[in-house]
Ligand binder design. Sequence first.
Ligand SMILES: Nc1ncnc2c1ncn2[C@@H]1O[C@H](COP(=O)(O)OP(=O)(O)OP(=O)(O)O)[C@@H](O)[C@H]1O
Ligand SMILES: [Mg+2]
Length: 610
Amino acid sequence: MLATMGRLWQTVRPIRFRLYLGLLSALTASILALLIPQVLEVIVNRLNTDPTAAAVWTAGAVVLALGLAEAAMIWLRRTFAVSPSTQVERTMRTDFYKKVQHMPVSFHDGWGSGQLLSRVISDISMIRRWVAFGMIMLTTSTVTIIVGMFLLIRSNLILSLIFFLAALPVGIIAFRFNRTYSVLSRRSQDLNGDLATTIEQSVQGIRVLKAFGRGPTALEDFTHQAEELRTTEVQKATAMARFNMFMFMLPQFALGVSLFVGLHLTARGDMNVGQLASYFATATLIIGPVQMLGMLFGQAVNTVTALDRHYEVMDEVNTITSPEKPVPVSIADAKGVVRLEDVHFRYVDAPDHVSDVIDGADLEIRAGETMALVGVTGSGKSTLLQMVPRLYDVTGGRITIDGVDIRDMDLMDLRRLTAVAFEDATLFSDSVRTNVLLGADESLSDEEREALLELALETADASFVHDLPEGVDTRIGEEGMSLSGGQRQRLALARAIAAKPTVLLLDDPLSALDTKTEERVTERLREVLDGTTTLIVAHRTSTVALADRVALLDHGKVEAVGTHEELMRTSARYRWVIANQEEEARRDRDIETLTGELNLSALQGQAGQR
Ligand SMILES: Nc1ncnc2c1ncn2[C@@H]1O[C@H](COP(=O)(O)OP(=O)(O)OP(=O)(O)O)[C@@H](O)[C@H]1O
Ligand SMILES: [Mg+2]
């Protein structure tokens, strides 16, 4: 707990002076509050001897002044602490986002998005509340209690001993509370993250859930999770309530006992009325902070949990980084010869008995060549493609571009050299223009960018965007206009083209297009991409046939390389894969025709009924 809080201090350091000022104000406020009973003692005793109106007015004015000063100090505390604490919140949030952005794809394979979401939002807010309030108040309460105890002892030793003895069990109870509450706090915050993941997934997959009538089941799962969270929250609240009960009861009990004894002492004349009054005023004042300790303690536990969850992500090691001394790469002079040398790759979560997804692949793609990558589904084509821009790092062997190991290049250089159009065309909630020019050279002038946009859209056969309500300025993506699968794919392709890479990696970019459009796009690609090294995952023979050469990926190895005709002649496996894909394509076409006919007959049937 202390180590975690110590780590937080590193983040808080830059704002420490304002926090000190906040703490100082809070302490002054408590001291002023503690002073009031002391003044009270003097006043009560003085009034016994000099009960004039002037004396009463003076006494009242002094107490009022002290009260006002206390209020001013409380206001100052907030002013000093709140703004810098939001600064800490912002810094932590930005660092978290930076970290998550920076982490490789393999990190995101393993982390639920809801977990990251709840960490970046609710955990960090909790930490902010601690910095702004909890941290200062815990210190102040502790100081108030210590000073108050000192004042109590000074005013009457016997009464104080009785008071402390009766309040002693608080320590033991606090220790036990900490143990239970930490566990519950962690569980509740984790469940919160899981719940967020579930919501995110069902919102993303709402169509599937609806179409398959799985809405009720999803709701049931969600209800179950929400119920589990509720149970934990109730357990948490119960633990807190029980703890608070003791924190409220014990000091009151102690106060009662000492009041009883105090009255007795005063009656006997061992204490005067002023002392008794000030004793109880002080004792009442320290009861407030003692009771507050309960709440602050709970807050401290929640904060430590939040910090642990935060640091869990921050401490994840990024293995895909730029080297210390990167080999300089000239983007302008790059040729784009890509070589795979005995490349191995396995996913971290792959079970031991399965062999590597990429299991010793060797391949050379010549400068400016278009190479098609063919293989059965699940053979590792997408995996292989993503290794070139180092979205995943090889687990054996190496990949070079123009003879330089990609791990020796600066990551930014490597990613400027390469561009990818992924299988699932992800678009952002933004204009068509921003989406397409995402990877485009930023030093270009506005006109050049406009021309590039046009060229990319034209090449990817995405001129349909001009028919959208606001042309290239139309907002698309999650919050905007919905596009069809084929339209999205063509925009993703345009985005890869607009990046003007030396090495272009296309993962089945034309799969959603009809054969005619696909042929047109492939032709245009060849024209525009003349000189760009292109590796294209392809399923259709028409795309494959247009490539300069084809590589067959099978069982993690590049089994054969050559032109389509050569491979058709020499490789039985290649013929088999191609025949299979043809078969699939034909089945798709048959299904299309069949559905067309079915629809037609259904319509006719309806017409007949009418
Ligand atoms: N993130 C991941 N974590 C673990 N295993 C994965 C991951 N992504 C893919 N795999 C596994 O790796 C293998 C290769 O997957 P990959 O997506 O590269 O195949 P593919 O050749 O692109 O298939 P397709 O033609 O269907 O797109 C598959 O067996 C798959 O289950
Ligand atoms: Mg794939």
